[in-house]
Design a protein around this ligand. Structure first.
Ligand code: GDP
Length: 361
C-alpha cells in the first residue's frame, strides 16, 4: 500500500504526533494478528457514510480506508551529503509515496529549537534544501549520459530537455512539486526513471499552539508558504491527549479549543487525497467497508482490490450512489426506483459509489 513519510527537524513534535497516530492504529484495532512495524502508523480515514451504511444494512462492523504513515527520523542539515543518518534518511524518503513535513510553530522556551528560534519559513527551507540538493546530485549524475545518448537517439531529446528544466527549477531553490511537476502528471513522466524526491506530493503539518488553531490570519500566512501543498494545523500534545480519551470526552476537549474533529482525522483525509486515492463502498450484514482505489480506476480494477479473481472474472457492477441509497432507505427501494445502475468494464468509479460486483469464478 502507499505510504506517507513523516519528516521534520528535531524537537518539532514528530514523535509526539507519531505516538498519537499509533494509538489510533486501525490495524491494531481491526486485525489483531497483523504484524505492525514499529515505525508505521496505520490510520483510518474518517468516513461518516460508513456508519450510515451499517445502519441500513445492519452491519456488524465498519472498516474505513486507511493511510500508512512512516516515521522517518534523521533529517539534519547536510543530509544530502550523507551526514548523520543522511543516506538512510534519503532512502526512506525515496520509498515513500508522499512527504509530510512536520513544522514547529508552537512557542515553548523549555523545548529547544535546533536553530534557536521558531520560524516555520526557515524550517521548511532547511528541509526542502536537503531534498533539492539530493535531487540535483541525482541529476548531475545522470545528465551527462542522457545528453550523450540524445546525440544519437533523437527520441531522447525530450527527456534531456525535461531533466534540464528540472535542474533549473531546483537550482532556483524550488521543489519540482511546487513547480507543478508532480509525480503522476505528464510533466513528470520523462523524469520518472530518476526517482527524484521533490516530484513526490508534499503536505505540511504545522504543530501550533492551541490558540493558533483558530487564528485564521496566522493559518493563511502559513498556507501561503506551502501552496500548492496542503497545510494542516494541529497541536501534537493535544492529539496525544485525545488519543487517550473516549469519544465523548475527546469531543468535549476538541470543542473547548474550537475544533470539530481531531487533527489526526484531518491529516488522514488530506493524506489520502494527496496520495491520489479515492474510495468506493460495499455493505452487507457482516461489514460496511471503504475500499481504496486510485482516482480514475475502472470497475474491474476496483473489483481487483477485493480479490484478483473478482477482476479476472468481472462481468458487471451494480452501482448505487450513496445519496440515492440514503434517500430510498434500502437497496430494494433504489432498484424499484430504477436508480441502481449496471455498469460494465469501462466504468470509471466515482466517489460515493456503493457497489456489488458480479463475476465468474
Ligand atoms: P521530535 O524530535 O520532532 O520527535 O519532537 P518530540 O515529539 O520529541 O517533541 C519535542 C519536545 O516538544 C517534547 O518535549 C514535546 O513534549 C514537546 N512538544 C511536542 N509538541 C508540542 C506542542 O504542540 N506544544 C508544546 N508546548 N510542546 C510540544
Amino acid at each position: 500500500s502507499l505510504t506517507i513519510g513523516i519528516v521534520g527537524l528535531p524537537n518539532v513534535g514528530k514523535s509526539t504526533l507519531f505516538n498519537a497516530l499509533t494509538k489510533n492504529d486501525v490495524l491494531a484495532a481491526n486485525y489483531p494478528f497483523a504484524t505492525i512495524e514499529p515505525n508505521v502508523g496505520v490510520v483510518g480515514v474518517p468516513d461518516p457514510r460508513l456508519a450510515k451504511l451499517a445502519e441500513i444494512f445492519g452491519s456488524e462492523r465498519v472498516l474505513p480506508a486507511t493511510v500508512d504513515f512512516v516515521d522517518i527520523a534523521g533529517i539534519v542539515r547536510g543530509a544530502s551529503e550523507g551526514e548523520g543518518l543522511g543516506n538512510k534518511f534519503l532512502a526512506n524518503i525515496r520509498e515513500s509515496d508522499a512527504i509530510c513535513q512536520v513544522i514547529r510553530a508552537f512557542e515553548d522556551e523549555n523545548v529547544v529549537h535546533v536553530d534557536g528560534r521558531v520560524s516555520p519559513k526557515d524550517d521548511i527551507e532547511t528541509i526542502n534544501t536537503e531534498l533539492i540538493l539530493a535531487d540535483l546530485q541525482t541529476i548531475e549524475k545522470v545528465l551527462p549520459r542522457l545528453e550523450k545518448e540524445a546525440r544519437i537517439k533523437k527520441d531522447k531529446q525530450a527527456q534531456v530537455k525535461a531533466v534540464q528544466e528540472a535542474q533549473a527549477i531546483l537550482e532556483d531553490g524550488r521543489t519540482l512539486f511546487s513547480a507543478g511537476i508532480a509525480q503522476g502528471t505528464e510533466r513528470a513522466e520523462p523524469l520518472h526513471e530518476l526517482h527524484l524526491l521533490t516530484t513526490k506530493p508534499f503536505l505540511y503539518v504545522f504543530n501550533v499552539d492551541e490558540d493558533e488553531l483558530t487564528d485564521e490570519a496566522f493559518k493563511d500566512e502559513q498556507r501561503a508558504l506551502v501552496a500548492p501543498a496542503e497545510a494542516i494545523f494541529l497541536n501534537a500534545k493535544l492529539e496525544a491527549d485525545l488519543a487517550e480519551l473516549d469519544e465523548d470526552e475527546a469531543l468535549e476537549l476538541l470543542q473547548s479549543v474550537g475544533q470539530d474533529e481531531p487533527g489526526l482525522a484531518t491529516l488522514a483525509r488530506v493524506g489520502f487525497n494527496t496520495l491520489g486515492l479515492q474510495t468506493y463502498l460495499t455493505a452487507g450484514p457482516k461489514e460496511s467497508r471503504a475500499w481504496t482505489i486510485p482516482k480514475g480506476a475502472t470497475a474491474p480494477e476496483a473489483a481487483g482490490v477485493i480479490h484478483t479473481d473478482f477482476q479476472r472474472g468481472f462481468i458487471k457492477a451494480e452501482v448505487i450512489s450513496f445519496d440515492d441509497l440514503v434517500e430510498a432507505g434500502s437497496v430494494a427501494e433504489v432498484r424499484a426506483k430504477g436508480k441502481a445502475r449496471m455498469e460494465g468494464k469501462d466504468y470509471v468509479m466515482q466517489d460515493g459509489d456503493v457497489v456489488e460486483f458480479r463475476f465468474n469464478v
